[in-house]
Design a protein around this ligand. Structure first.
Ligand code: GDP
Length: 534
């Protein structure tokens, strides 16, 4: 049996066996297929929970989902839990499209590791690289899966070199492919001295494993044609000479990534990858907070909201807040303190997105993700505790890169529009700014596609047709400084000032030059491109 947390013998067993991770990849590399296979091997039959199933049934009819489908992107993230051997895996789904990078960033604050999936023929693609950089900012451990080895792929050394060079991370082969494309037979498991042979006849069957003793074992010739075997021996010898060997500590620090080769659609290499996640983990990690770090084994429960999904059912304006448990053992019905408002909150109907038909979370442990239905009290960045005034840090809000003004096509619906916009702002789907002068709103997003998604959601979920129009502004910065200085600054720059949905002061401008000028002429205030969510 695998030791669940060899570096942390003091962790309660339930926490030590948890692995909370996300998959990062470029669209089409195989993330969805790999997720399905995880669930298959996790003994799960059904994806996600009832909540998600309901939401999707409704949205399938909508233009919004149609748009999602047409473009092959997944806009909303959710979480799934399943068991593998003695482990509990929590997989947090990240939206794949670059236009949703802020959402992705926040999702990655809720995980302890990431699986990077690359296409064996395409190598490191643009979106992989962007997401990788986000993981690096948090020093997340990364395990790599090189997919689609059943198709023509690049040379193995070339793939490894490309990852090392483009991402500046050491790569160590956990497995080595034998042949490729039509000749792909399987892999030599470099960590366990095993041969894994792919079954082409049955895509859902786990590969046959043959224990061997080194690459000179005569057993190999029974399974591998002579030319491929000679090539395998050469390549592995070279790999052992040229590439670093696996150093678990370096993996945990995010300086080294082990790579597995496989074919998700053929279920090949997936089990080995899952064993890798179990072995190299890591177990739930401490969480930075103000005014002290939170350790997972603390007996008191704490957690933070990293995602809010609103309007899963448009008839009831309820929302689900996704909370990552940072510490303790949570039980249904617990009374927690909502730190931002200092109010108590009884969590009576938490949802665990177990990949079976269980719905209510009777209990959860540090590392788990639970969904908390609520009416808008819970926002991204909120911390819940058993009373201590702790605030989890590191969940940023980025200044949007694109701004547009929005108005209702029917002017009578202006007030309703404000409500709808505020809800989306709280959900984190967009930034909404109310200029100090004039009426109307300025909406900010990271990618242009978000305007379209918003427009169709506002129409669908609130029945308000809207128009987005070019705004006179192109950038937004949060204004920071002592109260008097900020007041003086806003008074003399009224035409540029707006408030975000939290009431924080924002400076809207059209030119980078303008921002530079203020930094020079008004040293008493700071213009910030990010703000911590709280
Ligand atoms: P995602 O966009 O990253 O979620 O990718 P998908 O899982 O949807 O896969 C994209 C396409 O690649 C689909 O047509 C899959 O059937 C296909 N695919 C996934 N894994 C493999 C594989 O191992 N081999 C081959 N040949 N195709 C695959």
């Amino acid at each position: 049996m695998l030791d669940t947390a060899p570096n942390r013998p003091d962790l309660p067993a339930e926490i030590a066996r948890r692995r909370t991770f996300a998959i990062i990849s470029h669209p089409d590399a195989g993330k969805t297929t790999l997720t399905e296979k995880f669930l298959l091997f996790g003994g799960a039959i059904q994806m996600a929970g009832q909540v998600r199933a309901k939401g999707e049934a409704r949205r399938t009819r909508s233009d919004f989902m149609q748009m999602e489908k047409d473009r092959g992107i997944s806009v909303s993230a959710s979480a799934m839990s399943f068991d593998f051997k003695t482990f509990r895996f929590n997989l947090v789904d990240t939206p794949g499209h670059s236009d949703f990078s802020e959402d992705t960033y926040r999702t990655l604050t809720a995980v302890d590791a990431a699986i990077m999936v690359i296409d064996g023929a395409k190598g490191v693609e643009s979106q992989t690289q962007k997401l990788f950089e986000v993981c690096r900012m948090r020093d997340l451990p990364i395990l790599t899966f090189c997919n689609k080895m059943d198709r023509e792929a690049r040379d193995t050394f070339e793939i490894i070199d490309e990852i090392q060079e483009m991402l500046a991370i050491h790569v160590t082969p956990a497995s080595w492919p034998i042949g490729q494309g039509r000749d792909f037979l399987g892999c030599y498991d470099m960590l366990n001295d095993r041969l894994e042979l792919m079954d082409r006849a049955d895509r859902n069957r786990v590969a046959e494993t043959i224990e061997i003793r080194g690459l000179n074992d005569p057993l190999l010739a029974e399974h591998i044609p002579a030319d491929l075997l000679a090539q395998l021996r050469d390549e592995v010898e070279m790999a052992r000479e040229l590439l670093p060997t696996l150093d678990p500590a370096a993996v945990l620090e995010g300086h080294m990534t082990p790579i597995w080769f496989g074919s998700a659609i053929n279920s090949f290499g997936v089990k080995e990858l899952m064993e890798g996640i179990a072995t190299y983990g890591p177990e739930p990690q401490p969480q930075s907070a103000d005014s002290r770090q939170i350790s997972p084994e603390e007996t008191k429960v704490s957690g933070f909201v990293f995602k809010v999904q609103a309007n899963m059912d448009p008839k009831h304006r309820d929302r689900v807040a996704f909370m990552r448990l940072a510490s303790g053992h949570f039980r249904r019905g617990m009374k927690l303190t909502h730190v931002r408002s200092k109010k108590p909150m009884t969590v009576s109907a938490p949802v665990l997105f177990l990949a079976s038909d269980r719905e209510l979370a009777e209990e959860a442990w540090a590392g788990d993700i639970i969904g908390i239905p609520n009416h808008g009290q819970l926002r991204i960045g909120d911390t819940l505790t058993e009373g201590e005034m702790l605030r989890v840090t590191g969940i940023p809000s980025f200044a949007p890169e694109l701004l547009q003004s929005v108005r209702a096509t029917d002017p009578m619906k202006g007030k309703h529009l404000e409500k709808a916009l505020m809800q989306f702002a709280e959900e984190g789907a967009a930034k909404v700014f109310k200029p100090a002068i004039g009426s109307g709103f300025v909406v900010g997003v990271v990618g242009a596609l978000q305007f379209e998604v918003l427009a169709s959601r506002i129409e669908m979920e609130y029945g308000i047709p809207v128009r987005f129009e070019p705004s006179q502004f192109t950038s937004a910065r949060w204004v920071d400084g002592d109260r008097q200085a900020v007041e003086k600054f806003t008074d003399s720059n009224k035409q540029h000032i707006a408030h975000d949905h939290d009431g924080d002061i924002v400076y809207l401008t059209r030119l980078q030059w303008d921002i530079d000028r203020i930094e020079r002429d008004h040293p008493e205030v700071t213009l910030k491109a990010t703000k911590e969510m709280m």
